[in-house]
Ligand binder design. Sequence first.
Ligand code: NDP
Ligand code: OXD
Length: 313
Amino acid sequence: MALLLHLNDVDEDLWAKRLKQKLSPYKIYRCGDKYNTSEINYILVWKPKENAFDGLNNLKAIMSLGAGVDALLAHKNLPNNVPIVRFVDDDLANCMSEYVISHVLMHHRLFSHYQNEQRAKLWQQYFPPPANQRNVGIMGLGELGLDAIKKLKPFNFNLFGWARSQKNIAGVKTYIGADEFNQFLSNIDILVNLLPLTKQTQGILNYHNFKKLRRVENFIPTIINAARGGHQNEADIIKALKDKTLGAASLDVFEVEPLPKTSRLWEMDNCYITPHIAAISNAQTGVNYFSKILIEHESGKPLPNLVDIKKGY
Ligand code: NDP
Ligand code: OXD
């Protein structure tokens, strides 16, 4: 059995070292190494280059270092009929929930408003309503969305969720599919995006949809996007922040990454930018995860966390 690593924009050295320790005597190659393409049975990828899969005719699985597989599924030379395992990990979910909770609390407690007051040296007290009057909506009730919901619950927010298939989550009002999307949005003060990027979800964070969010006294609807830049229309976000359709936006992902220096988002007062760091795949838990899958699959067990290529996630 041989595993090929094709990891870009992450510390491939570290992953290679740890995978070698964990998977010995299996062979681990990096793409710069000399190997025979026919001996490669597994490939672990992140941002694979165009030639990543060239000559790999004996693949049993493709493993995605990321939870999101939109770019991988769009790869021009992705082999057909090879199962794709994506990253599902408690540490990843914890990191994402930390990001989501910190931004939800920041917006709920009006920090964006107070930051502007501070700049103007103003001492004026506004009190947010109790959390049980603040409506938080999570788009995407998968691994990350469900963890965020679990961890938001103790704060007592009014929680809403949106997914494709029916859910039954205690204490959360859920809406399903395109038919119930507008109804979902009409409840929401703080909208959190944790959807995968697919044809159906592309551009979902747009002006038209921002207009559908709930309007209450003393709070302007706010968005938090920690999923993919392809979900958001950045010109619409700028317009909405300017005309107060949106009160604030927390963005971890962008249409083009790194976010170009020319983007007007950098200068928006109420826009909170982070460089795609909401949840990073952890080399320690990641190596444990992929090694276990590989060893178990070699011993005849089925692959877990498979991507449904038709659905696109
Ligand atoms: P999952 O596949 O576990 O969950 C996806 C959820 O989205 C499911 O609940 C699914 O519904 C729902 N969904 C998909 N399509 C639609 C649709 N058309 N309408 C309504 N709901 C839909 O994904 P994860 O939770 O693991 O990850 C979510 C995304 O987070 C990733 O795809 C990735 O892009 C992003 N991410 C970003 C990171 C960062 O650092 N910024 C780090 C890690 C991930 P159903 O349950 O019915 O199938
Ligand atoms: C992921 C990511 O999809 O880091 O895991 O964006």
